[in-house]
Design a protein around this ligand. Structure first.
Ligand code: VGL
Ligand code: ZN
Length: 197
């Protein structure tokens, strides 16, 4: 049975100098590259928003990044413009190995954000990743990447709820960590049955 490494959003905009920089985001690139060969499958995710995406504060007059708004699917945090399709910020970190098996893009619908690699933020629109993994007979997942408390967190919880055996290598993740979001994310992952290593 194959065990997949899922590398979440190691993109320029989430690394120092990027639009939504996560402190130390660049530090995880070399060690992630080094473990890729230990897995039967390597999957990379890419946050991939159209210009004017509804998760951008700039799309909501009078709103600022990190404010919450109410969307039809529930509360949504607003962000600075980031990972715009085809931009340098949306590109993978230049040193990241991208010779994996699959690149899955998310957040490409204007009206809905997607933190998770499995479901968009309505928790019901699938990205297709579950079917891909199932058709390859993959049940075990190790997650690494950015950011621990957002895209890694939601991906890990969804994966566990879909019945995958999930480990998050927290040493190969970095967090945004505002208002206790990292501690809350770690608790939510543990509660969902995710192993934090
Ligand atoms: C992410 C905020 C907005 C992430 C993506 O990759 O954690 N965070 N879009
Ligand atoms: Zn995003």
């Amino acid at each position: 049975m194959s065990h997949a490494l899922i590398v979440i959003d190691v993109q320029n905009d989430f690394c120092p100098g990027g639009a939504l920089a996560v402190a130390g985001g660049n530090e995880i690139v070399a060690p992630i590259n080094a473990i890729m060969d230990d897995f039967g499958a390597v999957i990379l995710t890419q946050d991939w928003h159209p210009a004017g995406h509804s998760s951008f504060a700039s799309s909501h007059p009078g709103k600022s990044p990190l404010e919450l708004i109410e969307m039809p699917y529930g509360p949504q945090m607003l962000w600075a413009d980031h990972c715009v399709q085809g931009s340098e910020g949306a590109a993978f970190h230049p040193d990241l190995r991208t010779d994996g098996d699959l690149i899955i893009r998310k957040g490409f619908r204007s009206a809905i954000d997607s933190y998770s690699a499995f479901f968009e933020n309505d928790h019901s629109t699938p990205t297709g990743l579950k079917g891909y993994l199932e058709s390859r007979g993959i049940r075990q997942l190790t997650l690494v990447g950015l950011a621990t408390d957002f895209c890694v967190h939601y991906s890990a919880v969804d994966a566990a709820q879909q019945g995958f055996e999930v480990t998050v290598r927290t040493d190969l993740c970095r967090a945004i960590d505002m208002g206790g979001s990292l501690a809350a994310a770690e608790q939510a992952m543990r509660d969902a049955g995710v192993t934090l290593a």
